[in-house]
Structures are given as C-alpha cells and as structure tokens.
Design a binder for this molecule. Structure first.
Ligand code: GLV
Ligand code: MN
Ligand code: MN
Ligand code: MN
Length: 410
C-alpha cells in the first residue's frame, strides 16, 4: 500500500499538451519515428523529465531515460515506460499513455514525499511502431541485445533515409551506450488495442505475455502490358498473385490455430496505372500468435502459396522474413504484482495476452516483466479514432504506481 496517488488533472493537462504536437484534424497524431514532430515530442518530454528532477540520459539509439535515485544506491532499478513515436496518422494513446503514466508515478512519489529503496527509471523507447523504419521495437531491441547498433542505424525508410542519420538530424543520437542497466524489473502501461476488456466491462488487463510474430516482405515480378489488347491468357499480372496470397492468409488463419491472425498491410504496385497490367507488386505479411509453432506453420504454408501463385501467373518472386519475434510468457512474480496492484487499486481485472507488439516483449528477455492494459473503446487502435476513457487511463497509472511501489522496496 502507498499514500502516493495520481494527480488526475496534471496528468490530463500533460496528455492534452503533448498531443497538440503533430495533431491531425481527425483527432489523431502524426509523429512517426524521427520526424520533426517526433523530435518536438521528445523535446517536451525531456523538459518535463528535467522539471520533475529526473536525471536525463539519452543513449545512442535515442532512447530517453529519466532516473530518480532510491535510498539504496547499490540496488537495481525498477524501469517503466513505453514509446512516443506514432503510426502515420495514428492515435493519441498508443505509447503516450505508458510514458506519461510513468512520469506521473514518479511525480506522485515526489508529491507524497516518498523515497523508494530502489532507483526508479522511466523510459521512452525509440522506434516502437516500425512503420517508418522496420523492424519495430528497434530501440528496445538494441538495448536488450536483439539487434546490433549498426544494423539499427542502417535501417532505411521508403525515401532511403538512414535511421542513424535521421537520429542525428533530430539531435537524439545520444552519447550513452545503448545497453542494459542493472535492472530489477520492467513494467509498461498501454492501451489494449483490442476489444476484450471493453467486452468484459473491465478497466484493467493484467498482461501475461505478448503474441510472437513474423514480418515478411514479398515481391512479385510479372510483365506490364496494355490493359486493352492483351488477352487474359497472355497476362503475367503481379497483382493477381498478390490477391491470391491475400486470400490465402484468410484461409490459413481460419485453419491454423485459434489465435492466429494475418495481415497484408502495405502494398505497392508498379506502374499503378488504370490501363496497365501490374508488372511488380511489393507487399508485406504479418502473422501473429501466442503459439510459436503456429506462426512457424503459417510461415511454411504462405511460402507454398506464394510459390503456387507465382507459378499460376508466370511470375518471378522474392520472399524475405524481415523480423521474427517469439512469444515468451512474462514473469510470474511481475504478473502477480500487477494483479495484486489492480486489487489494491480496487478494480476488477482479467489476465490476458497481447496481440499487439510491445517493447516489454524484449525487456522480458533481460529482466522480469509484465504489463498493464487499459480498455480501448471499440477495440480500435493504429487509427486516429483510437480512444480510451480518461478514468481508465488514470486507473492504469494507479495500478502502475502500486506495482512499482511494491517492486521498489528491497
Ligand atoms: C506495433 O505497434 C505493433 O504492435 O506491431
Ligand atoms: Mn504501442
Ligand atoms: Mn502501435
Ligand atoms: Mn506496438
């Protein structure tokens, strides 16, 4: 138990001010990784971290840390946070809720004059979304040793801008090495981004783990030709094969494990003209499940489908798995800490697994981890209309406060 409590007004004011940066007309935000808007969001965050008396550190991946020392300087830190990069025209809650909750928790301890035994460290990870630079979770990925720094720096966006150059351009290539500190555990508050909590009429989700996933790039290469005179049996249409594969994704998800989901999310067509047969299509595939063997099976089946589609249409194809992350259950003690914190905060909760990817999945590789979910209205996310009731956001922060307080005593 703790006397510290979230200052709802301050939290709300900060949330609103933060989301003025890159605000879109339709009520979302456009702050993709390392954009000018992402820089402005980072600047404001650093200012607030400093105002809160935190010692700010920016590492060579642009991950931003704020540290509040504990009574025992030798003790490992409790780390908590999330990310502030957004999807293109994304929602206001994804990531931001976790970072601003973390700041609010630290300030709640300050307000109550509470010194914790362990140091508290809050964090905003770089490039969680993975829309401008793939793969996603790049900042936490380097921090936890999943990727090399140079691999991360060499990622390019669609215009050929390198991650490392863009990081430097916005002034967030920090001096500190991007490597793990001595950590006691990690927590992250996030909006659920799915429908389960709302359907169950519950305000808190205790997260037991995150779906594993596979991301793939596929290209079909056929022949452009005139859409009028070319007989149907003389065509090598790269888009027809793409459509076949898209349909196969549906079939595979319907027959391969109950929780498997699959998406063709990004499609580029050349020459992309009304009266020209598509010569080349590049598209992405995303398969996710909590069962790693199910992702493996989906991957195998979709490769066959790609090969058959290319054969039927007389095309060349390229296939590359660009990212693979395994599902890996969170730490039992951290899960229990969150469940107990939800009970102490007086709210009803359920345990669930996350279909969305989170930095917590990587942190779980190096330190005991769990997450706290707040309900998403209509289960909507990665869209400007993403919304969570403010009282549910505050409840999530209250649960985080209690979980951190519990783990911060030695
Ligand atoms: C990114 O937010 C993801 O979950 O893929
Ligand atoms: Mn997120
Ligand atoms: Mn997201
Ligand atoms: Mn995510």
């Amino acid at each position: 138990m703790t006397d510290a409590t979230i200052d709802e007004r301050r939290f709300r004011d900060r949330f609103d001010e933060f989301n003025e940066i890159g605000a879109t007309d339709a009520g979302g935000v456009n702050r993709p990784s390392l954009s000018d808007e992402n820089k402005r969001a980072r600047d404001l965050l650093v200012e607030w971290f400093r105002d809160a008396g935190l010692e700010v550190r920016i590492d060579e991946m642009g991950n931003i840390f704020g540290r509040r020392e504990g009574r025992d300087p030798e003790a490992d830190a409790v780390l908590f946070g999330s990310h502030v990069d957004s999807q293109y025209n994304g929602g206001r809650y994804d990531g931001v809720v976790g970072v601003l909750s973390a700041l609010e928790v630290v300030e709640a301890f300050d307000d109550a004059g509470i010194e914790t035994d362990r140091p508290l460290e809050i964090v905003a990870w770089s490039n969680e979304e993975g829309v401008r630079f793939q793969p996603d979770m790049l900042g936490s990925g380097v921090y936890t040793g999943v990727f090399d720094l140079e691999y991360a720096y060499d990622r390019e966006d669609k215009d050929g801008n390198r991650f490392g150059d863009e990081l430097e351009r916005i002034g967030y290539k920090g001096e500190e090495p991007c490597e793990p500190d001595d950590l006691h555990c990690y927590f992250e508050v996030h909006v659920e981004q799915g429908p389960f909590l709302e359907r169950a009429d519950l305000s808190v989700g205790v997260v037991e783990g995150v779906f594993g996933f596979s991301w793939m790039n596929v290209a079909f290469e056929g022949q452009a030709n005139h859409a009028g005179p070319t007989p149907m049996n003389m065509r090598h249409d790269a888009f027809v094969a793409t459509a076949d594969v898209t349909k196969a994704v549906r079939e595979i998800t319907a027959t391969e494990g109950t929780d498997l989901v699959g998406t063709v999310g990004s499609v580029d067509v050349w020459p992309n003209a009304i009266n020209v047969i598509p010569e080349r299509v590049e598209f992405t595939l995303d398969f996710r499940s909590y069962d790693n063997a199910v992702v493996d099976a989906a991957l195998e089946r979709i490769q066959d489908e790609i090969e058959w589609a290319a054969e039927r249409e007389g095309l060349e194809y390229e296939f590359e798995e660009i990212m693979r992350v395994d599902a890996d259950p969170f730490d039992d003690e951290c899960i229990e800490t969150v469940a107990q914190a939800a009970e102490d905060a007086g709210c009803e909760y359920t345990r669930l697994v996350s279909g969305a990817g989170h930095d917590a999945n990587y942190l779980n590789k190096i330190t005991p981890t769990s997450m706290i979910f707040a309900p998403s209205v209509d289960g909507i996310s990665h869209r400007e209309s993403e919304y969570t009731e403010w009282e549910d956001v505050v409840t999530g922060a209250e649960v985080l406060l209690r979980a951190v307080n519990e783990q911060a005593s030695t």
